[in-house]
Write a new protein. Structure first.
Length: 106
């Protein structure tokens, strides 16, 4: 789950950090209102912010991955242990029956 001590990085600043080669890792994790992108630049972890302030939340893993690719980040880790996809909330039959404790779906 998202740590509250992480600082927010504006999209423009993240683009500059990636261009400078300062971003060493990235991961997607669950936040209060959806998924968030957390990047490590140097010794600091920063959460991607929205263009007009606040955190940028994603409702799908696909959306977060697309944004990371847009920044040129092609490898990232995922921790969605406490995230419930919209398909599970709606009760679709095709939604996976995984629990938050599952590491791998079989």
């Amino acid at each position: 789950m998202l740590t509250t001590t992480a600082k927010v990085v504006e999209p423009k600043v993240l683009k500059e950090l990636v261009a400078a080669g300062s971003v060493t890792s990235a991961h997607v994790e669950s936040g209060d209102k959806g998924l968030v992108i957390v990047v490590r630049a140097g010794m600091n972890e920063r959460v991607l912010g929205a263009a007009r302030g606040g955190l940028r939340y994603f409702q799908s893993l696909d959306g977060a991955a697309s944004v990371l690719q847009g920044y040129g980040i092609m490898r990232f880790h995922v921790d969605i242990a406490h995230w419930v996809p919209k398909t599970m909330v709606r009760g679709y039959k095709s939604a996976p029956a995984a629990t938050a404790d599952s590491d791998v779906l079989t």
